[in-house]
Design a protein around this ligand. Structure first.
Ligand code: NAD
Ligand code: ISE
Length: 341
């Protein structure tokens, strides 16, 4: 069976996902696209795909069996609610939504529908390095995880479009999600420290240093730098009771030439996580073809939204901002098992 999908939002990541859906993956066909910039949608549309005038026309089309949302975060809620109302499986790029209230509304709609339809684009969970790291922690041979050091560096971000709030409510959501997943834990509180500002980012609050207090008592420190120039550099190291486990510093290829010995750093997320995005869609296509979703859920998107909100409060208050989650609906599995402190 070939899953017929429609893509909403044909900007940077929308185009990259259309490339993988048409040139890399099987069992899927892009039959429709839409964007508020209709010329961009037309340019990105694969041969034979229809360019829809609006997201709601695409979502309600009989041609479209499942939807991929790659529009801006503030547009996600309305598009998600329309997909859930139509009973169509949907892959939604991060962030799920941009407020706690919106996260609760989409959760309520999916719970009322009674089956998971939504998968959130936290692609790190599909990355082979992160999966190996999680297997070591879950295996237990290093004892309980105590600290996770997460480094998230972007070479640059779109000038004018990327605001001072975005390191905390757009970029940090990946570190929040991967911390919860790696440590099988929830975030209970957030602190933010703002060091000397990088002159490369102009007025942007960059870099930021975030401390996540996990419910188990483990601590996660996150460096977010978004104008680091030299490349897209993602690092992670977990300190456990009896040892340390870390991501390899990707890519591992070592270049030796007349300038010496060096490793090439990926230029952006498209390059660093190319295989992770392919794998997240492989798994999504299987689930969506069965009318459901897998991997990161609305619950995970909700949790990351709460961290983003708390981080924005923490930057204003300068203190520790706590997080209070609602009880986890049964649709999203049992409550997270958190090791005692
Ligand atoms: P972009 O600005 O390049 O593209 C977004 C596109 O969506 C634009 O073409 C815009 O016109 C369109 N759009 C916005 N609102 C719309 C609406 N209401 N209806 C139809 N079209 C609409 O941005 P991008 O970098 O491609 O990011 C898109 C989304 O993907 C964001 O949520 C972003 O956070 C996420 N993203 C995720 C990753 C990742 O690593 N998982 C990487 C980059 C971006
Ligand atoms: C972007 O939207 C992403 O999701 C990237 O993975 C992240 O590294 C970047 O900071 C975001 O702006």
């Amino acid at each position: 069976m070939t899953l017929k999908v429609g893509v909403i939002g044909t900007g940077m990541i929308g185009q990259d996902h259309i490339r993988r859906l048409t040139k890399v993956l099987s069992g899927v066909e892009v039959v429709g696209v839409t964007d508020i910039d209709q010329a961009r949608a037309a340019a990105a549309a694969p041969e034979g795909a229809e360019v829809f005038a609006t997201p709601s026309a695409l979502i309600s089309s009989e041609k479209v069996q499942a939807v991929i949302i790659c529009s801006w975060g503030p547009a996600h809620e309305e598009q998600l609610l329309a997909c859930i109302a139509a009973g169509k499986p949907v892959f939604c790029e991060k962030p799920l939504v941009t407020s706690e209230a919106a996260a609760l509304r989409v959760m309520e709609a999916e719970v009322a529908f009674g089956r998971r339809l939504v998968q959130v684009g936290f692609m790190r969970r599909f990355d082979a390095d992160y999966r190996r790291l999680k297997a070591v922690i879950d295996g237990g041979e290093l004892g309980a995880p105590l600290m996770f050091h997460s480094v998230h560096r972007n070479a640059s971000v779109p000038e004018g479009l990327y605001t001072s709030e975005m390191p905390l409510n757009d970029t940090l959501v990946h570190d929040a999600d991967i911390s919860r997943w790696l440590l099988s834990d929830e975030v209970a509180g957030v602190e933010v420290r703002v060091p000397r500002r990088s002159a490369r980012g102009g007025e942007l609050r960059d870099p930021v240093f975030v401390l996540l207090h996990m419910a188990s008592g483990a601590l996660v420190d996150v460096e977010i730098s978004v104008n680091i120039a030299y490349g897209y550099d993602i690092r992670g190291e977990v300190s456990c009771e009896a040892g340390v486990a870390a991501l390899p510093n990707r890519p591992a290829t070592v270049i030796s030439d007349s300038d010496g010995i060096r490793q090439a750093i990926p230029k952006d997320w498209r390059e660093r996580f190319i295989e992770a995005y392919d794998q997240e869609f492989r798994e999504w296509i299987v689930a969506a073809s069965q009318g459901t979703a897998t991997g990161p859920s609305i619950w995970d998107g909700y949790a990351a939204t709460l961290v983003a909100d708390a981080a924005l409060r923490a930057v204003a208050s300068g203190g520790l901002e706590s997080i209070n989650m609602i009880a986890k609906p049964g649709l999203y599995g049992p409550p997270t098992a958190i090791a005692a402190q």
